[in-house]
Write a protein that binds this ligand. Sequence first.
Ligand SMILES: Cc1ncc(C[n+]2csc(CCOP(=O)(O)OP(=O)(O)O)c2C)c(N)n1
Ligand code: SF4
Length: 331
Amino acid sequence: MTTETHIDIAELRKKQPRFNAIDSGHRACLGCGQALGARLVGEAVGPDIIVANATGCLEIFTTPWPESAWRVPWMHSLFENAGAIASGIEAAMRAQGKSTKVVAMGGDGSTFDIGFQALSGMLEREHNVLYVCYDNEAYMNTGVQRSSSTPHAAMTNTSPPGKARMGKRHLKKDIVQIIAAHHTPYAATASVAYPSDLRKKIRRAMEIEGPTFIQIHAPCPLGWGHEGHESIEVERLAVQTGLFPLVELERGELTGVMPIRQQVPVTEYLKRQQRFRHLFAKGDSRAAEELEHIQALADHNIEVYGLRGEGVDRFDTEGSDTVHRGGQRWA
Ligand SMILES: Cc1ncc(C[n+]2csc(CCOP(=O)(O)OP(=O)(O)O)c2C)c(N)n1
Ligand code: SF4
């Protein structure tokens, strides 16, 4: 015997433990770090926002016409002008006396490279906008081309390893420091493998009147070359090796770091990803040199940011458990 149950969607939503700015129905790949990142950001920002989203995977997989996975007002900007669009929306809100917060979003290609000019202007003019960069370290939406965020020695379709070079020749751009050099009130790095820390930083940024910036390291199984179910494990290693330091900078001053108590060798991170497989090729003496170089980059981060923690745990969870899953309840 079946009984029909009437479900009141409005009532159900009220009982939900958290607000989701982005919901089911998107078409990201399995294990997409950016989809998880956007979900975590969406939980932390609350409903009173307007999103300006640059062209890239996030924009494409959340809004296949005529559908949308967004539950907040959302605007697609060009690849190059999310900062300008967000500035304009914020100025319009201010003129109308509204407190709705503007959140700009873009990938690393959009943020580090093509949209940087508009972002720099937005920061310099001190617009009250939170800018979130989902850093998956390449132009993924168009088939994995190198960006200025792609790490040294990584293989992409435009930085193939071969006789002339071992993957990308240049270093990853230090975007959070460049943003901080704009005297930005709050600039931080976060990782989808540390969700509570990520949400905490988003909430901190939302409280600040003025421009804020968060760079979220987000694995891309397609571009990094690992299985979708490995995303979080791989991403944790990015942080635990020191290759992606978790830091907070306020008006250029370092105000917070997530210490690493037991540093993991970079090979543990690199060997999990096909984009670094040439670094493990037998009989190529350049591979060992590159591995040493990458280890030196991780050690340098640990030194410069003072990341070395003390204690027996692999990782200092201070700060990670203060914000509980679901966080604030929204009406
Ligand atoms: C001016 C301009 N150049 C190139 C493109 C083509 N394009 C669309 S998405 C994209 C890659 C986006 O990369 P990224 O910003 O890193 O985001 P991801 O897709 O990796 O999330 C490119 C090159 C475009 N839309 N506009
Ligand atoms: S290509 Fe990468 S960033 Fe794009 S949807 Fe797939 S996993 Fe996500």
